[in-house]
Design a binder for this molecule. Structure first.
Ligand code: XMP
Length: 512
């Protein structure tokens, strides 16, 4: 039996299992995602308050489709099936699923049966998000349809005595307008959850489980000063203290004072075993005369690993590597049946010459805003927790063309003024990413009575939620004017400022 009330999400390989988990956590209910193969005996033993069947990419009738164990319906635990999960309930309990000629995809109008416990308080019409071709064409015995759409006679169904519910649509997706309310009804009204789980419980539970897993062994962490690696390092540090060593490779391509800020927080506030490697000269010499953006990225990525390996070797044997991987970085879901959405590596590759017996990824199940909540819970200062995204190759890809120490210093100063003014204007949480770029352009200007021939700085500021698409931020002209005059007055060798007014696509957020 678990200490807390918990919901089980059985993963049938859908893209949204983690999103369902996230929505359940948003309702302050603890949940676990497990493979659909988990046995009924184990489920009963663990004392879950409810079971959610996730969606999945298969058709229920295809040969390799994951099946559900019919015994689950005899455990007296309320069940909610979503999309594929809903169809699986129908087929397992004797209903029928058919292939429709019409694929329902995207926002879809729906009519709810207002008597259903799931749909209390949301009215009888709404918009849900659908993504299916198969549909439930015949109800299993004892079930009633509780929602319909134009093309879908069973957009939801339930067997109230058995406490089995099914939704063809995805309540976890933002576009399903009453989705959160429906999930809340399931958790609180149907399963009887109280909703007293919070992020501080996540922190406590993670620390306990890391303690158990690591014991007296040693862990190494590559700290970048970014939100994810900082939060991951702090959790592990709380669990095992000085048995964690963090290596912070300062490649000299960080923003003004950033290296010192990172060092101060982790050394002074958290009293961590921290090794800061000041490798600016080393990176600059590798980057000498390099102008091609992809070559810059490659050199920096490789050099980063080399420096890390060298330092790790000096420490001696280490058992585990801690990484700040978060859910959007994870390639596939736990059961390996889901479609690969994207491949993303957090640290640009693992060190090859250091052997670890395992990897610790305490934030693997969390989304960015949840990581920030955990960071705040751990007492990490706002400058790190609310840090805007910053690319691994750092300022190297914000200096167009060759990188020199002089150019780096100019860019750091110009960027610091831009950021300071955005913060002074209270816009730092509204604009999702903002920075200065040192363009390769030099142009003629006049300062005092003298001709100048100096650099052009571009300012880039975007609003975005996913960083895949972005719009340029409509910063007030007065503020832009103030930033421009401060930069040209305070930073030597800059005589012109331009503001980037392209969205992504067709531009990217970074210039290189
Ligand atoms: P782009 O320029 O592709 O950037 O529109 C999208 C987001 O990704 C960040 N970015 C990177 N992050 N390593 C990273 O960790 C990289 O090489 C890298 N390149 C771009 C960029 O800052 C923006 O937030």
């Amino acid at each position: 039996m678990m200490k807390n009330e918990a919901i089980l999400i059985l993963d049938f390989g859908g893209q949204y299992s983690q999103l369902i988990a996230r929505r359940v956590r948003d309702c302050n209910v603890y949940c676990e995602i497990k493979s659909y193969k988990m046995s009924a005996e184990e489920i009963q033993k663990r004392g879950y308050k409810g079971i959610i069947f996730s969606g999945g990419p298969n058709s229920v009738y295809s040969n390799n489709a994951p099946k559900c164990n019919a015994e689950l319906f005899n455990l007296n635990i309320p069940i909610l099936g979503i999309c594929y999960g809903a169809q699986l309930i129908a087929v397992t309990l004797g209903g029928k699923v058919d292939n429709s000629q019409v694929k329902e995809y995207g926002n879809t109008s729906v009519t709810y049966n207002g008597d259903s416990l799931l749909f209390q308080g949301i009215g009888t019409v709404g918009v849900t998000w659908m993504s299916h071709t198969d549909y439930i064409s015949a109800l299993p015995d004892g079930f009633i349809a509780t929602a319909t759409t134009e093309n879908c006679p069973v957009a939801a169904m339930e067997h109230i005595e058995k406490k089995v519910f099914a939704l063809q649509f995805h309540p976890e997706v933002e576009h399903s307008i009453a989705g959160n309310h429906i999930l809340k009804n399931y958790l609180y009204q149907v399963c009887g959850c109280k909703g007293n789980w919070k992020m501080d419980s996540f922190v406590k539970e993670s620390i306990e489980s890391i303690k158990k897993q690591i014991g007296n062994k040693k862990v190494l962490c590559a700290l970048s000063g970014g939100v994810d690696s900082s939060v991951a390092a702090c959790i592990v540090h709380r669990a095992i203290g000085k048995n964690l060593t963090c290596i912070f490779v300062d490649h000299g391509l960080l923003r003004k004072n950033e290296g010192d800020d990172v060092e101060r927080v982790f050394r002074e506030q958290f009293d961590m075993n921290l090794i800061r490697v000041n490798a600016q000269e080393r990176f600059l010499s590798k980057l000498k005369d390099v102008t091609d953006p992809e070559t810059k990225r490659k050199i920096i990525g490789e050099e980063f690993i080399r420096v890390f390996e060298e330092e790790a070797k000096k420490i001696g044997h280490v058992d585990y590597l801690c990484q700040g991987t978060i859910y959007p970085d994870v390639v596939e879901s736990g059961i390996g049946d889901s479609a690969v959405i994207k491949s993303h590596h957090n640290v640009g590759g693992l060190p090859k010459d250091v052997n670890f017996s395992g990897i610790i990824e305490p934030l693997r199940d969390l989304f960015k805003d949840e990581v920030r909540k955990v960071g705040t819970e751990l007492g990490i200062p706002g400058i790190l927790v609310w840090r805007q995204p910053f690319p691994g190759p750092g300022l190297a890809i914000r200096i167009l063309g060759e990188i020199t120490k002089e150019k780096l210093d100019i860019l750091k100063d110009a960027d610091a003024i831009f950021r300071e003014e955005i913060i002074n204007a209270g816009l730092e949480r509204d604009i999702n990413q903002y920075f200065a770029v040192l363009t390769g352009i030099k142009s003629v200007g006049v300062m005092g009575d003298f001709r100048t021939y100096d650099y052009t700085v571009a300012l880039r500021a975007v609003s975005t939620t996913d960083f895949m698409t972005a719009d340029w931020a409509r910063i007030d002209y007065e503020l832009l004017g103030k930033i421009s005059s401060r930069i040209v007055n305070e930073v030597k060798h800059v005589n012109r400022i331009v503001y980037d007014i392209t969205s992504k696509p067709p531009a990217t957020i970074e210039f290189e």
